[in-house]
Design a binder for this molecule. Structure first.
Ligand code: NAP
Length: 334
C-alpha cells in the first residue's frame, strides 16, 4: 500500500481512504463491516465518515469495525450536516431495497432520487461541542483523528466563535486536527495560513479539477479528495463522441469498453493529481476495492494523463492541474 505523510497528524496513512457515505444506507451493517475489514486487510488505514452518512448509521457501524483496531486506523468525521428523518415504513423497506439493488444495480439512481437527503445545519460553538461528543459515542472512541466542518459557508470558516470551538475540541483531545470538507473552491481560496484547517476535503475529477488551488493555501495542508466515479458516465459519453480521445486512451494502454476505460482513467486521474494526499473511494464491492488498488499499483504519471484532462477542460490555461509532491509537500504544476 502506498502511504502518504499527513504532517498535522505526524503520521503516514494509506493514500487511498475508505468513504463511508453509503454505510447504513445502501450498504447494510453486515456487508458494510465485511467491506471495511477487506479494505483494512488490504492496508487501508483512512476512514471517512459523518453523522449524516448512511441515514445516521454510518458512525455506529464504523465504530463496531474500528473499536478493536483504533490504534491502527485513522478516522475523519464531520459536523454540520444532519441525516434525514427516516419513517418507520422506510426503515422497514430498506432491507428490501438493498436486496433489490443487489440483483438490479441499475435501479440505484432511481432509488437514490426517491430518498430524502441529509441537510445542512448552521454551525455554532454549541453544535460543534455536542456533535463531536455524539460522534465519539457512536464511534466508540475518545478521539477522532480529524474533525471536519461539513460543507461550511465562507462566513462559518472564518467566524471567531467557530474557530474557538474547534480549537477547544483539539485542546480537549477529542480531535487531533481540523478540516473543512466538501466545500467549493470559493471557500478554500479564501483560507489564510493562520486558520486551523490543516486538511481540505474537496471533489476532484477530470470534470471538477479542483486541485488547481492557490499555492498560498497549499503548504502544510493535506488534500483529501472524492467524487471520482460521478464522472464515469460523462467521460464514457465524451469518449464515445471523440475518436481522437478514444485513440489517445488506447495508446496509453486503456482497454475494455467505454465504461471500463472511463473508470480506469478517473481512478488514475484522482490518484495522480492528489499523489501527496488521500483519495477517498467507496469500495464496498470487493471487485471495486481490487480494481482501485490495482490502479494505485500501476498508476501512470500525471503528465501522461494531462493530454486527456486538457481536452476535457474548456479553459486551456487551467488544464495543468496542480499536484502535490509527496516528498517535499510542494504544490507544483506537473
Ligand atoms: N465532504 C463531502 O461533502 C463529501 C461529498 C461526497 C463524498 N464524500 C466522501 O467521499 C467518499 C467517496 O464518495 P464519492 O462520491 O467519491 O463516491 P465514489 O467513491 O465515487 O463511489 C461511488 C460509487 O462508485 C462505486 N465504485 C467504487 N469503485 C469503483 C470502480 N472502480 N468502478 C466503478 N464504480 C466504482 C462505489 O461502489 P461500492 O461502494 O458499492 O463498491 C459507489 O457505488 C464518500 O463515501 C464520503 O466519505 C465527502
Amino acid at each position: 500500500m502506498k502511504m502518504v505523510r499527513v504532517d498535522c497528524l505526524g503520521a503516514n496513512v494509506s493514500s487511498i481512504g475508505f468513504g463511508c457515505a453509503s454505510l447504513g444506507g445502501r450498504i447494510g451493517a453486515r456487508g458494510g463491516i465485511e467491506g471495511l475489514e477487506r479494505a483494512y486487510e488490504a492496508g487501508i488505514t483512512w476512514y471517512d465518515v459523518a453523522p449524516s452518512y448512511g441515514d445516521g448509521m454510518a458512525e455506529s457501524i464504523l465504530g463496531q469495525f474500528a473499536s478493536m483496531k483504533r490504534g491502527s486506523v485513522f478516522i475523519c468525521t464531520k459536523v454540520g450536516m444532519r441525516p434525514p428523518e427516516i419513517s418507520a415504513a422506510m426503515r422497514f423497506l430498506k432491507p428490501i431495497a438493498r436486496a433489490s439493488l443487489a440483483v438490479f444495480p441499475a435501479i440505484q439512481p432511481r432509488l437514490s432520487a426517491m430518498k430524502s437527503k441529509p441537510f445542512k445545519v448552521p454551525l455554532s460553538a454549541e453544535l460543534i461541542r455536542t456533535s463531536i461528543d455524539d460522534s465519539l459515542r457512536r464511534l466508540r472512541t475518545n478521539y477522532v483523528d480529524v474533525l471536519a466542518l461539513h460543507r461550511p459557508t465562507r462566513e462559518e470558516v472564518m467566524r471567531e466563535d467557530i474557530l474557538r470551538a474547534v480549537e477547544r475540541v483539539v485542546q480537549d483531545g477529542k480531535a487531533r486536527a481540523i478540516s473543512i470538507a466538501g466545500e467549493s473552491k470559493g471557500v478554500i481560496d479564501g483560507l489564510r495560513e493562520s486558520l486551523p484547517y490543516r486538511l481540505i476535503q474537496i471533489a476532484n475529477n477530470p470534470f471538477e479539477q479542483n486541485l488547481r488551488i492557490s499555492a498560498d493555501i497549499a503548504p502544510r495542508r493535506t488534500f483529501i479528495t472524492y467524487g471520482s466515479f460521478s464522472s464515469i458516465d460523462p467521460l464514457a459519453s465524451r469518449i464515445k463522441s471523440d475518436k481522437e480521445m478514444l485513440n489517445g486512451l488506447r495508446e496509453m494502454g486503456y482497454q475494455g469498453n467505454l465504461s471500463e476505460m472511463a473508470a480506469a482513467f478517473v481512478v488514475d486521474y484522482a490518484l495522480a493529481t492528489n499523489s501527496a494526499g488521500v483519495t477517498l473511494f467507496s469500495m464496498f464491492r470487493k471487485e471495486h476495492l481490487a480494481f482501485n488498488l490495482l490502479r494505485l499499483a500501476q498508476a501512470p504519471m500525471l503528465h501522461q494523463l494531462n493530454r486527456i484532462a486538457a481536452a476535457l477542460s474548456k479553459d486551456r490555461r487551467q488544464t495543468e492541474p496542480m499536484c502535490g509532491d509527496s516528498n517535499d509537500r510542494r504544490i507544483e504544476r506537473c
